[in-house]
Design a protein around this ligand. Structure first.
Ligand code: AMP
Ligand code: FE
Ligand code: FE
Ligand code: ZN
Length: 293
């Protein structure tokens, strides 16, 4: 009987959970280094009964239109982008939300970034040659399709050509930030990123701080104009999320969160909906965009 009662409780919780509006604000599609199309992402989000999502491509807003046009059935799609920026000689990611995707400065910058990303992958290919690993830009471009060219595409080719057994191994041996064939992907500073996003009417949020940011750097990032922090992320344990929630409260930062789902191009597999935030936080984010730009 205890299990039947437990089952009923679980079902009631599931019903209640469905009623609460939730959002996943960090998703990739085939327009960056994810594998699903924007349409598929939108369909999956509707299936998961999410109320809002944001697709956050690496250094591009190409393909946002497709996500907007596929939205419906109560699903809100918030404009998003994930910019690569340099801070203390490290690469960090800055999420932009709620901006005008047609902003001329933003689109001109992102166009230049696409060229830069291509040149950078070529530079990594040249370094790989010194390690007797031979791939071509054409092969990597074919893996990327219409996506914003990046290391995950190069890693995929290394796996396909048998140079490594897994994406993880590709990053560990060759492509990771401290690995021998890594080439920096950005020259953009944090104030520049904040200005680009802000001028387009959006807000700038520090992505997955656990990846590249020491806690003591956060006040300086706030001074540089960062308005929010991604507290909830699939690489943040509950304890880590709680730490960032306190940091957000100390610095009066907006709180965001999302799964950082890359479809099938991550070892942990498709993650959409595994990390979600209450819709109330989306409302605060949207209110902040109204005062930006
Ligand atoms: P890029 O934009 O070319 O610098 O590539 C960054 C992307 O590579 C991240 O968003 C992740 O999707 C992926 N990535 C970074 N580090 C790793 C890693 N160690 N293992 C697997 N994927 C990674
Ligand atoms: Fe990525
Ligand atoms: Fe990221
Ligand atoms: Zn991401």
């Amino acid at each position: 009987m205890a299990s039947a009662k437990g089952g009923l409780t679980t079902r009631l919780c599931a019903v209640n959970a469905r009623k609460e509006k939730r959002a996943d604000l960090h998703l990739h599609t085939c327009h960056s280094d994810g594998t699903f199309s924007p349409r598929e992402v939108v369909q999956k989000a509707i299936g998961l009964q999410l109320s809002a999502i944001s697709v956050t491509y690496h250094d591009t807003v190409e393909g946002l239109k497709e996500a907007f046009s596929a939205s419906g059935e109560g699903l809100e799609v918030i404009p998003g982008v994930e910019l690569t920026a340099v801070f203390k000689e490290r690469e960090i990611h800055i999420l932009g939300y709620g901006f005008r995707p047609q902003d001329t400065d933003l689109t001109a910058f992102l166009k230049r970034m696409q060229q830069y990303r291509k040149a950078r992958i070529q530079a990594m290919i040249d370094r790989l040659k010194m390690h007797k690993v031979h791939v071509t830009l054409e092969e990597v471009s074919a893996a990327a399709g219409e996506g914003s060219l990046g290391r995950p595409h190069l890693a995929q080719v290394l796996v396909e050509k048998g140079f490594v057994r897994s994406l993880d191994e590709a990053f560990q041996r060759y492509l990771g930030d401290k690995a021998p064939c890594f080439v920096k992907g950005a020259t953009l500073t944090v104030p520049e990123a904040v200005r680009l996003i802000g001028k387009a009417g959006g807000v700038a949020v520090l992505a997955h701080p656990k990846w590249a940011v020491f806690d003591e750097w956060i006040p300086e990032l706030v001074s540089a104009g960062i308005q929010g922090i991604e507290v909830y992320h699939s690489d943040h344990s509950p304890g880590i999320a709680e730490k960032y929630r306190r940091i957000a409260s100390t610095h009066n930062l907006l709180i965001t969160g999302g799964s950082d789902c890359h479809g099938l191009r991550k070892t942990k597999g498709p993650l959409m909906g595994t990390v979600t935030i209450p819709y109330e936080l989306v409302e605060r984010l949207k209110a902040a965009t109204l005062t930006a730009g």
